[in-house]
Design a protein around this ligand. Structure first.
Ligand SMILES: Cc1cc2nc3c(=O)[nH]c(=O)nc-3n(C[C@H](O)[C@H](O)[C@H](O)COP(=O)(O)OP(=O)(O)OC[C@H]3O[C@@H](n4cnc5c(N)ncnc54)[C@H](O)[C@@H]3O)c2cc1C
Ligand code: SF4
Length: 325
């Protein structure tokens, strides 16, 4: 690891004048430090956010849930209001990593987690790192995208953001120009030739809060399901977050988000439209599952993600329908 300077700060406001491309924030460190050890990133200065205790909170207000960026995944998983009213977020947090990691990992750092592609994490100067070639496209790609969004076929790795998109959450971000609000769905973007990253955070910006709006409908429910290749402590092969107002077997205002199939968690809007306001029959559930992957084109080694996604979408809809009784 290259030597770096460690700077402690006590509040979020102190961070902004210090940040630039070579001076990066450090939250739980569970992604940043491994990336530095592997020489994939080499900041000259790390701003340790952990003492900025004004960034660690979960506040329930009239307009919804306010989550400080330093709130850990463990905090989210355990909070009774999050579990009851924003269930998909609590479930997605609980299914991420291991208990020890969830104690350290913050929601801000989780949203900004780098791809887990083994070429990226290994000794390859691939397209996402600024090179010319995506080695996974014709190489080992069993965990990669089935929906192409860019020259890179890595999938977005984090669990909670798929739930946040289904719940229509927004980020509060501060920078030298002041504060901006952006939806998680807009913030997470496929990389481009000019911006080789999966998000739109500027080099001198800081995420300070996640806001999840409160649903006007008391019957709103949400769910997060994750398919893994072992029972715990694994990244998603495919994940699904669904929110809807549920009355008997009818779902309204449905939002379906599929994770680990593309560079970003993806809304399955055709599937949503199919089931909106309809009586949820088995045939309709199967149709929605098929619609969720209608635009997918698997790579050589990940065709299994097609049936897995169809089935996981179906299971989430059935579970949500069952939650009204
Ligand atoms: C073995 C292992 C298994 C894992 N499994 C899963 C899993 O199944 N699901 C899952 O979702 N995650 C998983 N993770 C990832 C883990 O959840 C993330 O590493 C963690 O959430 C990152 O949070 P952090 O606070 O440690 O971030 P850090 O490592 O401190 O930071 C990550 C990045 O975010 C930046 N950053 C942090 N906070 C802010 C902020 N407020 N504003 C601006 N920039 C910021 C940092 O500069 C850095 O670039 C796993 C990790 C490991 C090591
Ligand atoms: S999938 Fe993306 S991260 Fe992996 S090798 Fe290709 S360009 Fe690099």
């Amino acid at each position: 690891m290259q030597p770096f300077i460690h700077i402690d700060i006590a509040s979020a406001e102190e961070v902004i004048p210090l940040l630039d491309a070579r001076t990066r924030p450090l939250a739980g460190g569970t992604d940043m430090l491994p990336l530095m050890k592997e020489g994939i990133v080499a900041p000259e200065r790390l701003i340790n956010l952990k003492r900025a205790t004004n960034l660690r909170y979960i506040r329930v207000a009239d307009d919804g849930l306010h989550i400080g960026a330093l709130t850990t995944l463990d905090d989210l998983e355990r909070h009774p209001d999050v579990r009851r009213d924003y269930t998909a977020l609590a479930q997605a947090s609980a299914l991420a990593a291991s208990p020890q990691l969830r104690n350290m990992a913050t929601i801000g750092g989780n949203i900004l987690q780098q791809v887990r592609c083994w070429y990226y994490r290994g000794d390859f100067h691939c397209w996402l790192k600024g090179g010319d070639l995506c080695h996974a496209r014709d190489g080992r790609n069993e965990y990669h995208a089935i929906v192409e969004q860019s020259p890179c076929v890595a999938v977005y790795p984090s669990d909670p953001p798929a739930a946040l998109i289904a719940l229509d959450a927004r980020l509060r971000i501060i920078g030298p120009q002041g504060e901006r609000l952006v939806s998680v769905a807009e913030f997470l973007q496929p990389p481009t030739a000019q911006r080789r990253s999966l998000h739109g955070l500027g080099p001198n910006e800081l995420i300070i809060e996640v806001h999840v709006p409160k649903s006007a409908a008391p019957a709103q429910r949400s769910i997060y399901l994750k398919a893994m290749d072992r029972a715990t402590w694994a990244y998603a092969l495919v994940s699904v977050a669904v929110t809807a107002e549920v009355a008997a077997d009818v779902l309204r205002n449905v939002r379906i988000v599929v994770g680990a199939v593309a560079n970003t968690p993806m809304r399955a809007t055709t599937a949503e439209a199919l089931i909106e306001g309809q009586s949820l029959t088995e045939e309709l559930i199967r149709e929605a599952g098929r619609a969720a992957v209608a635009d997918a084109a698997p790579l050589e080694h990940n065709g299994y993600k097609l049936p897995l996604t169809r089935n996981l979408v179906g299971q989430a809809l059935r579970d949500l329908r069952g939650s009204s009784s």
